[in-house]
Design a protein around this ligand. Structure first.
Ligand SMILES: Nc1ncnc2c1ncn2[C@@H]1O[C@H](COP(=O)(O)OP(=O)(O)OP(=O)(O)O)[C@@H](O)[C@H]1O
Length: 351
């Protein structure tokens, strides 16, 4: 069932000189109940502007946004706040409020004229804090929390608001990796179980591709909409995010770092004698990460490479050794913790 419908929407700002600054043009987009959708795109492309327009915080320049079939501008503030909660980035809360009091602010659309909170309100606050695993912060002064803890509390406030639609603007930006994954998964579970519509703007592309149901990918003036598999297979992710220094690898779903300063081509292989090696290192993994390092330095991996590198195990001295050949010169580097193979090859062969 459609919860949000966009028709011929142009987002943007009315400027002081009365001119209009148009940001995005979105002919037709919809969001359904139970969808967890991420909104991605380069800096300044219009993600926050679109979220602010969808939540009714700023008016569209042209076109229409409908929430549950009603044009958003026809909804009064209280009705709107019962339908949409919006988690903003970097919200500063003034005053010495506890975490519990901040989450209780999410209940304001339901609190009566005299401002008295009910048992239901208190229960919603507890449930919301529990779902973001922040109950231990309940009595803390909000100003004393870390950025990541504060972000979780702001998500709890949106959950306490108990709306069918939740917008989040870069809400995982301050979180460490386990917490970012946890919040992504949590939002997806909430979307599924509670049949909410969740739209999260984020720079977490790899995570979006793995976790989101759909992606809204903003490009100059337009939005490409689709499931992650479709956007990857059509090369849309590459088109938008590839640069001189980074390239999206559609098989692994990760971004590989590269350099515009081209260096030598190389090939790294394991020599068979490494089978004798019974050490604790996973040498295949080491080679994989060395390949990433060489590519990030501007080297190309190739079968007919300029520089041939072999990792072998020397049974004479019981050490791993890197055997490097360029033109007619071969050097052997014994492996040790501080050996930076790329720097060493560069110094010994190319400087
Ligand atoms: N209040 C404003 N008045 C005029 N222009 C604005 C206003 N807020 C944002 N803009 C401009 O609108 C464009 C889109 O900004 P927006 O913040 O929506 O991008 P974004 O995709 O969220 O960027 P980021 O990833 O960097 O957060 C930018 O060119 C920005 O400078």
């Amino acid at each position: 069932m459609k919860t949000i419908e966009i028709k011929n929407l142009i987002t943007g700002y009315h400027q002081k000189n009365k001119e209009i600054y148009k940001v995005g043009n979105y002919p037709s987009l919809t969001l359904n109940k139970g969808d967890f959708v991420t909104l991605i795109g380069r800096n300044g492309i219009g993600k926050s502007t679109l979220l602010k327009t969808l939540s009714g915080d700023i008016p569209p320049i042209e076109g229409e946004v409908k929430i549950n079939g009603t044009p958003i501008h026809q909804l009064d503030n209280i009705t709107r706040s019962k339908l949409i909660s919006f988690v903003l980035p970097n919200v500063q809360i003034n005053g010495r409020l506890t975490v519990e009091e901040v989450v209780m602010l999410g209940r304001y659309p339901y609190i009566n004229w005299w401002g008295k909170t009910s048992d239901d309100d208190k229960l919603s606050v507890i449930r919301a804090l529990e779902s973001v695993q922040a109950m231990h912060l309940k009595n803390r002064d909000i100003t004393t929390l870390s950025d990541g803890e504060k972000q979780k509390v702001m998500i709890a406030r949106a959950l306490a608001q108990d709306t069918p639609i939740i917008f989040l603007d870069e809400s995982t930006a301050h979180l460490d990796l386990p917490n970012r994954v946890e919040v992504f998964q949590l939002l997806k579970i909430i979307a599924r179980k509670s049949q909410k519509t969740i739209l999260l703007s984020t720079h977490e592309i790899e995570m979006s591709l793995q976790v989101a149901d759909y992606i809204w990918l903003l490009q100059k003036g337009k939005c490409t909409f689709g499931t992650p598999d479709l956007l990857v297979s059509k090369n849309t992710i590459r088109e938008v995010f590839n640069s001189n220094y980074v390239g999206f690898d559609k098989e692994s779903g990760v971004f590989k770092f590269c350099s515009i300063e081209k260096q030598f081509s190389f090939g790294i292989e394991l020599d068979v004698s490494v089978k004798d090696y019974l050490g604790h290192q996973d040498v295949d993994i080491r080679i994989l990460w060395l390949i990433k390092k060489f590519i990030s330095e501007g080297c190309d991996e190739s079968k007919d490479a300029d520089v041939q590198i072999k990792l072998l195990y020397s049974t004479d001295n019981e050490l791993l050794e890197w055997n490097v050949t360029y033109k007619n010169k071969t050097l052997i580097y014994q492996d040790h913790d501080n050996l930076n193979l790329y720097n060493q090859i560069n110094k010994d062969f190319f400087s």
